[in-house]
Design a protein around this ligand. Structure first.
Ligand code: SAM
Length: 187
């Protein structure tokens, strides 16, 4: 069983708004804390926060510096261990090259979305794939989700998480937690 090499990317562009237009969403601090803690819990190698906006990238850097090297680090060492997984990237090609350097192999791109697609890959099948030791970047969107083009260009689209009612409006934090646990809980 080769070591699982799974990375997370939280995408802030291109995502869509309520009207389906492609926008750049703002960073949400709680997304960084929650998904970094999730990543640390499940051995995710790096958590990439992708935004093309300089001021937003600065915000990510300020937040992580506080908890990794600043006052937060001594106040809460556990949080430091999670947030030090965060890397900010201005575009996805930077993420791919970082992962290629880290893993020594070109990663494949997996995207998530709440809408059913007939080209989606199921959890058991993708779990199996992960065991081949190749690097995979699991993409989560913000706002109303990843753009259609982003999803179409991915190597794999993961089956949506379905609840047990018709209600399907999970936050990215909840969706990421459910998906990561489904993929990794029994490793
Ligand atoms: N309707 C949007 C969509 O189709 O993705 C929901 C956007 S949600 C606020 C932000 C992100 O959470 C999505 O881009 C996706 O990564 C993830 N997400 C939300 N609900 C999901 C679900 N049921 N299954 C898989 N991923 C989900």
């Amino acid at each position: 069983l080769s070591e699982i090499k799974l990375f997370i990317a939280l995408i802030h562009y291109p995502v869509i708004n309520k009207a389906g237009e492609v926008i750049t969403s703002a960073i949400t601090g709680i997304d960084l804390h929650d998904i970094a803690r999730l990543s640390k819990t499940y051995g995710i190698k790096r958590f990439f926060v992708v935004t093309p906006l300089k001021d937003q990238a600065e915000l990510v850097k300020r937040l992580t510096e506080h908890w990794v090297t600043g006052a937060g680090a001594s106040y809460n060492p556990d949080r430091k261990k999670a947030l030090e997984l965060i890397r900010v990237a201005k575009d996805y090609s930077n993420v791919v090259s970082e992962v290629r350097k880290f893993a020594g192999m070109t990663p494949e791109t997996v995207v998530t979305c709440a809408n059913k697609r007939n080209d989606a890959i199921g959890y058991p099948e993708f779990k199996q794939k992960l065991k081949n030791g190749r690097p995979y970047i699991l993409n989560f969107g913000t706002a109303w989700g990843l753009s259609g083009e982003w999803i179409d260009n991915a190597d794999y689209v993961l089956e949506p998480v379905y609840g047990i009612t018709g209600y399907n409006h999970l936050s990215v934090r909840s969706a990421a937690s459910i998906i990561i646990d489904r993929l990794l809980h029994d490793n």
